[in-house]
Design a protein. Structure first.
Length: 72
C-alpha cells in the first residue's frame, strides 16, 4: 500500500513527466493554468495536494488522460 507522501511524490513525478513531454517549463504550465510557478513546483515535489477536479483540469492542460497522472 502507498502512504500519502508516496502518492503525492509519484503524482508529482507523473505531472513533471507530462509537462516535460510537452516541452513546457513550470512557468509555461503555471501561466496556462492561471497559477504561480511555485504552485507547480510544489505539486512536482509532492508537497501540494490537489482535488480530483483540479487534477482533471491539470490533465486537460497537459493534454493527457487523467490515468497518466494517477499511475501509482
Amino acid at each position: 500500500m502507498y502512504n500519502e507522501k508516496e502518492i503525492l511524490k509519484q503524482f508529482g513525478r507523473n505531472v513533471k513527466a507530462e509537462r516535460v513531454r510537452l516541452g513546457y517549463s513550470q512557468e509555461d504550465l503555471a501561466e496556462k493554468m492561471g497559477v504561480n510557478r511555485e504552485f507547480i513546483s510544489r505539486i512536482e515535489r509532492g508537497i501540494q495536494n490537489m482535488s480530483l477536479i483540479k487534477i482533471t483540469v491539470l490533465s486537460n492542460y497537459l493534454e493527457t488522460d487523467i490515468h497518466n497522472l494517477l499511475r501509482f
